[in-house]
Every structure is written in C-alpha cells, then in structure tokens.
Ligand binder design. Structure first.
Ligand SMILES: [Zn+2]
Length: 206
C-alpha cells in the first residue's frame, strides 16, 4: 500500500500541510496530527511524536477503519480514533487535520459547551453557515482521558449536525476536516483566523 499512487499523493499533500501549519506555530512540541483517506477502508495518518515540518513517507502509518496498523512504524495512538470516526461517518471525507494553536487553546479554556463564531466573513469558508450574521456554533468537548468516550461524543455531535465543520477540545486544540487535504487546510486557516480574532476581541473588552 505504501507504493500506491494514492499513498504517495496523500503523503505529499499532508507533508506540505505539516510544513505550513508548523511554520505558523500551530503545532508546538511535535503535537498535532493529520490523516487522509486512501480508500473506503484505509487512511494514512502521521505517526505519534514526529515533527511536522519535515514529514516524509517514514513518518506515516496506514491504518484501517478499525484502528489496526496495516503498515508503517509507530503505534496508532488513542487519538487515531478521533480521525477514524470521521471517515466512518462520512464516506466522502478525505482529510482530517488537528492543530494545537495558542489562540485555539486559550479560547477553548474560556468557553463551556459551545463557542459561537459570528459576524466573521471567514465563516463563509465553512459548511453550515447561511450567513456570517447567523453565526456558527462550534462544540467544545472536555479533554476526556478516555479517548473512546470522547470519540463517541464527537460521533453523536456529527449525527446531530452532519454539516459540522470542526470542534475544539478544552485546553487541547482544533479538529477540522474536508473532502480533500486542501479543503481541510482552508478550514483550519479559517478557524484559526477566527480564534485569533476572538481572543483579541475578548482581551479588548476586559
Ligand atoms: Zn492533540
């Protein structure tokens, strides 16, 4: 599978995404992870603990949608399930990106339950937004020590709102996704832009 054109193409896109997101400072201390779909049963995902600025094929694992390691070095960590549930949920989903930015982390600790993003033009980059003035509710989940339980909560939120574009984990970071790596990148940038605006705006109000 590591020789397949799909694997090589997705690894190249994820490596480019990793370099860009690392340069922006959204992946401190080798955190964050990314995945992309290979076929209806397999994804490629970053192995835990790798720096994301210089990723190559050795930094990725292939896992199936049950969480089994198919190829590559590393141990599919518990957060792998937060990726897998997304692909199981939506057969058209192509990529999931997870960042640990300062603004996303600070904001996630200030709100409980949901974060309302409203009146940002960047909302137009996300599904489910009729108009920026209507806003978008983003779930903020507790950073549950049992990742399977957190995955079940995310799954329930996806079922309630199939147009959900992303979510925060308290004190942890952002998960967002799209049909392609490029689209997931665009959404990451839109979210992170709004997190930064929101954090600055709250500082001004205090
Ligand atoms: Zn994380």
């Amino acid at each position: 599978m590591e020789q397949s054109p799909e694997f090589k193409a997705q690894v190249r896109l994820l490596a480019d995404a990793g370099r860009e997101l690392a340069e922006r400072g959204w992946l401190p201390a080798r955190t964050g992870h990314f995945s992309a779909r290979l076929d209806d049963q397999h994804i490629v995902i970053t192995a835990p603990g790798r720096g994301k600025d210089l990723l190559d094929a050795h930094d990725f694992m292939v896992v199936d949608l049950e969480g089994h390691l198919i190829s590559g070095s590393g141990d599919p960590g518990p957060e792998t399930f937060l990726h897998i549930i997304m692909y199981r949920h939506d057969p058209k989903l192509g990529a999931v990106l997870h960042t640990h930015s300062v603004h996303g982390t600070v904001l996630s600790r200030q709100v409980a339950g949901t974060l309302l993003l409203r009146d940002y033009e960047a909302l137009r980059e996300l599904p489910g937004c009729e108009h920026p003035s209507r806003g978008l509710q983003i779930p903020v989940f507790a950073n549950h020590p049992d990742m399977q339980q957190l995955a079940a909560q995310v799954d329930a939120a996806m079922t309630r709102n199939p147009e959900l574009a992303g979510y925060l984990i308290n004190g942890h970071g952002l998960y967002t996704w799209g049909q392609t790596v490029e689209l997931a990148m665009q959404r990451t940038e839109a979210f992170e832009f709004m997190f930064e605006c929101e954090t600055l705006a709250r500082q001004l109000v205090v």
